[in-house]
Design a protein around this ligand. Structure first.
Ligand code: GLP
Length: 261
């Protein structure tokens, strides 16, 4: 794992978009794992800008989103499918048939989960998985005690997650209490992953996830097992990390990061 600390959320998001863009530009077939949440909005805005202004093309890309709310239709304004259309898919040239988000309305969620895993496999597997982190320590909707070897399945949301995401639903509207999510095992199978965490409200959970012990109480700690994982943060989210000096040295000196400094 490597940790890159940027001065603010805007530069952290821009860096993540550039890392994604570099891999997309280098490939002829690319499978991108996507995440939702407020943190991702600026990453998608930057990817859309790179498409508009700098010739980045997505025609050869396939995408798989981490998760969806159980019970929400694709066209529901609160669904993750809708979030993706609004913030990314409608602004770039990815063929919509290449985009995948679990179906929150599936009558048989077990079959939907199996089919999602099969579709990922058939696409050749995820080349790059983008991740945020929830205040419960979740990645996707893998809430505490999710098995590190879990695969796509439906999962009950914790009160912490419900409180975190409730402001995104119109007032008076009940929020779903279950999600269908890639498992931690599914995420760990990706060839590379990037976790983006910004803002002081992520500082405590981020330090536990990346510098604390492996524990299924904090799903994101499983990323310590991933051979190619980069964590990008701003100063606020990095404020409780103890390894600053080393992380900054690596970013300043390793050749891989030269073009991003
Ligand atoms: C939701 C998603 C997670 C995401 C989290 C972070 O719960 N299921 O995949 O990491 O939101 O949200 P935010 O970026 O709004 O803090």
């Amino acid at each position: 794992m490597e940790v890159i600390i940027q001065p603010d959320a805007a530069s952290a998001s821009r860096l993540v978009a550039r890392l994604i863009a570099r891999d997309i530009r280098r490939s002829t077939h690319f499978v991108l794992g996507l995440a939702t949440g407020r943190t991702m909005e600026s990453v998608y805005a930057e990817l859309a800008r790179l498409y508009r202004d700098e010739g980045l093309r997505f025609k050869h890309c396939h995408s798989f989103n981490l998760d969806e709310y159980v019970g929400l239709a694709a066209n529901d304004p609160c669904s993750y499918r809708h979030f993706m259309s609004e913030h990314l898919f409608s602004k770039i040239d990815i063929p919509i048939t290449n985009t995948h988000v679990p179906n929150g309305l599936a009558t048989d969620l077990v079959q939907e989960a199996i089919a999602y895993e099969k579709a990922i496999e058939k696409s050749g597997g995820i080349d790059l998985q983008l991740l945020g982190i929830g205040r419960s320590g979740h990645i996707g909707f893998n809430e505490p005690l999710s098995a590190f070897r879990s695969r796509t399945r439906d999962k009950a949301l914790t009160p912490v997650t419900i409180a975190q995401n409730k402001p995104l639903f119109p007032s008076g509207r009940a929020m779903p209490v279950r999600g269908i999510t890639m498992g931690i095992g599914t995420i760990l199978d990706s060839r590379r992953c990037i976790l983006l965490a910004t803002g002081s409200e992520k500082a405590a959970i981020l330090s536990q996830a990346i510098e604390g012990p492996l524990t299924s109480m904090i799903s994101a700690s499983a990323l310590q097992l991933h051979p190619r994982c980069v964590v990008v943060t701003d100063e606020a989210a990095a404020s409780q990390l103890t390894g600053h000096e080393y992380y900054r040295w690596v970013f300043a000196n390793e050749p891989e990061w030269a073009e991003y400094r």
